[in-house]
Design a protein around this ligand. Sequence first.
Ligand code: TEU
Length: 591
Amino acid sequence: MTGRGGSGPSGGAADRPWWSDAVVYQIYPRSFADSDGDGIGDLRGITAHLDHLSALGVDVLWLSPVYRSPQADNGYDVSDYQDVDPVFGTLADLDDLLDQVHARGLRLVMDLVVNHTSDEHAWFVDSRSAADSARRDWYIWRPPRPGTVGGTPGAEPNNWGSAFGGPAWTFDPSTGEYYLHLFTPKQPDLNWANPQVRSAVHAMMTWWLDRGVDGFRMDVINFIDKAVDLPDGSAVPGSRFGDGGPHYVNGPRLHGYLREMNERVFARSPRPCLAVGETPGVGVADAVLFTDPARHELDMVFQFEHAELDRGRQRWVHRPLDLRDLKESLGRWQRGLAETGWNSLYLSNHDQARLVSRYGDDLRFRYESATALATVLHLHRGTPYVYQGEELGMTNYPFGGIDDFQDVEAVELFREATEVQGVDPQEVLAGLRLLSRDNARTPMQWDATAHAGFSTGTPWLAVNPNHTEVNAAAQVGVPGSVFDYYRRLIALRHTEPTVAVGDFTMLLPQDTRIYALLRTLGATGVLAIANLSGETVIVPDLPERSRWAGAEVVLRNYHRAPDGPGAAADGDALRSLGPWEARVLRRRDGR
Ligand code: TEU
């Protein structure tokens, strides 16, 4: 099967970047496919399953980190950027994967984790070896707070907390100073103010581009510029730490760092690349600046606003999503990036719970809610990201106690909440079961056999018991499956330029159950409408309802028989929608 990687955008406009109608598929290598039976997914496992991705029709693969790493944060702690961790294979395996990906017309994007390294990276080993070591200034070292004794509580240089609980500083007795780590103590932050650090990162990126990769997804790239004086953060109610965010999120030198990277790395690349920034805490106005093509910074960013609507400030606290908030947020991002810049579109990734469990109904309407949510997301303007297993409607795992969780975030949040804040463990567990990152990390469900066809050994994280029903073998090539629906959605973006680049209008913004949106390009209009609830709903007045009632149905998730092009809408669909029913309609008769 051939991919579409070499073709330009289907809209025909030669000046659009190659990725403007692309769909990206995220692989979490540890959990995708294990070729050697050690229970951990690997590169050869990915290579062996490329048919699955070709059948789905995606254009770009993004690999979560496969670099050499002690795996304190599953690879987001890199100890050698220019080697593959033995658990995932070898550089030769990666070259082979890259060749096969390219042979199918697909592209491969690597994760780039350069806000921090592992504490086992040679740069940090040198940095911590002495206060006057050659690379001391490659990381962020500070003496204890004046008048305190290093290593005692409260002696940290400032009051910032780390993302996973505990202080953002660790004391190093041998030199009597603290180093900064916004994540775990095994992930010390690099000092981007040091030009040697930036040059080393640029050289490493160029090495990968020369090897053939097609771009990078840049981990927390908007955290790299820390305020020079590292001030205390303002107090946060209920927390023993201050809010350091304002002193390291979107710092003033960030745009300059990104432009410099673009000039030194991407502008000199042998092929056009994709540069995606993961940017927690970014707002629409910042995103316009990051993704304005004229500024030469990034192509698109992952923003977090919509992913935080149903959780409290403490990451394990869940609150029900109000659909109006989701529409307000995504609609504002669509408007904000309509003229300049570009959106990334995602509802799940390796840091988020399974979307069908979190926003849908994985008990009564798994197929319907997975496909309804996908319809809504994929009909927005921007680049959709599909996270492995999402295309099968994979669900959250039935976690029991804290010992079932592996993720450093879950373990640390649990410890902080229960031991430091005195929260009832059952309350924290209830939140983690719904929101924990481990939900996304259980092994890919390939078939109904033991270990879901993921591994012949014991998987590093338990396989979801529902793999006997929810698996690729039961869905690929099967009309009416979640997989088949995703394949159609992806194909629609490739064949209908209105979906890729048409204008966006949010309809019915105040409706609490229906998500409806309109896309227009020239004389073509595409309407997507979905009932994101488990009850039948009467559709309120839609603009031009009577004209839409006769429109072509290009996609629908009810009536599982294949939809032929030109199938006429029954007017009823626009009057009432069944539980989680979704439709995409098209008109070519002007607006
Ligand atoms: O995540 C960045 C980030 O902000 C996380 O704190 C995320 O919001 C949180 O885990 C959601 O519960 C990136 C990576 O995607 C993540 O896997 C890493 O753990 C983290 O950076 C550190 O590299």
